[in-house]
Design a binder for this molecule. Structure first.
Ligand code: NDP
Ligand code: OXD
Length: 313
């Protein structure tokens, strides 16, 4: 197979560094030469323009620069070629750090201590042990499993929920819709690492949050969402915080991004906001992986981490 040309189509990311690194081995263009440019073999994308890829006759694969691929499926003219998602140690490490950071901050009452410090209050609340807290991870995939391992090593009880069954040593696993409620009922801190698909859109709603466990001194359930914003209903999270269904939340993703300045989530005293920054796609780490995959594909090897189009992730 001939060495193919790469179309780099990024919205919301500056293409320069990606282009420089890809150019080490491939010819890279930012626009095709006409809608049916035959020279393009691969597309490296984030939120590509709709129908940009639809007529490229020699396109062999699409590479997402992120682990999520919902941004690719938003294109009504998506051609039927393999879509490769990111699985990379560096991205996994970033996400594990974010999840462990947020779980520990809620567990060790960071919000309370920050408030006390502002008011110069010297007060030590009771300390709970990690083993009394169940962290439930929705989406026990590449990122969820890595976070689960570290949380286990810190002594937390860990539950995991996935679409299909995946046993994991030390983790109480649940699968499918039928086991969602038992999973929630056994969870104090809910960590969301699901992909956005037609099945998962809006899944983090008031009814689901109401099912979370509230015992053992945490003082209420906690939500941490680093998956996708449209998994959640922002208004339902606010309602759950107001009536005590939720004690606190850490949100990295939102229904609308950037989070509108008018959103009450920005200034809510029980919400910790980060700007979709839990695990940044770093071209220095991800481009070499993409280039290796392209070269292996051209040698006749199978592409890895190909998206299942029926499942949508
Ligand atoms: P994976 O594809 O490896 O794992 C996805 C997990 O979700 C799997 O366990 C899968 O189940 C489960 N799942 C999917 N659909 C359902 C469903 N309908 N019901 C129950 N479980 C379901 O993805 P990653 O772990 O690599 O990434 C997860 C998501 O994290 C990405 O899709 C992206 O949206 C988000 N992300 C966010 C970032 C950020 O900075 N905030 C950065 C990187 C990723 P099964 O195991 O049965 O397939
Ligand atoms: C991703 C992301 O999907 O950054 O990788 O959100």
């Amino acid at each position: 197979m001939e060495k193919g040309k790469v179309l780099l189509a990024l919205t919301g990311f500056h293409p320069q560094r990606w282009r420089e690194l890809l150019s080490a081995e491939r010819e890279v263009v930012l626009e095709p030469d006409g809608p049916s440019d035959p020279s393009i073999t691969y597309a490296v994308v984030w939120k590509q323009r709709p129908n940009l890829l639809s007529k490229l006759p020699n396109l062999r694969a699409i590479f997402s620069i992120g682990a999520g691929v919902d941004h690719i499926f938003a294109d009504p003219g998506l051609p039927d070629v393999p879509i490769v998602k990111v699985v990379a140690d560096n991205l996994t490490q970033y996400m594990t750090e974010y999840i462990v950071w947020r779980v520990l901050d809620h567990h060790r009452q960071g919000m309370l201590y920050r408030t006390q410090q502002r008011k110069k209050i010297w007060h030590e609340p009771p300390q709970r042990s990690a083993g009394d807290i169940s962290v439930g991870i929705m989406g026990l995939g590449h990122l969820g499993r890595a976070a689960a391992s570290v949380l286990l090593s810190l002594g937390f009880a860990v539950n995991g929920w996935s679409r299909t069954e995946h046993p994991m040593t030390g983790v109480s696993t649940y699968a499918g819709e039928a086991e969602l409620i038992p999973f929630l009922n056994a969870t104090d801190i809910l960590v969301v690492l699901l992909p956005l698909t037609p099945q998962t859109q809006g899944i983090i709603n008031y009814g689901v949050l109401k099912e979370l466990r509230k015992r053992n001194g945490l003082g209420g359930a906690v939500l941490i969402n680093a998956g996708r914003g449209r998994l959640q209903k922002d208004a339902d999270i606010l309602r759950a915080l107001e009536d005590g269904t939720l004690k606190e939340a850490s949100l990295d993703v939102f229904e609308v991004e950037p989070l509108p300045k008018t959103s009450p989530l920005w200034s809510h005293p029980k919400v910790f906001v980060t700007p979709h920054a839990a695990a940044t796609s770093d071209p220095a780490h991800l481009v070499p992986i993409m280039l290796q995959k392209m070269a292996a594909f051209e040698r006749g090897e199978e592409l890895e981490n190909v998206v299942d189009r029926d499942a949508g992730y």
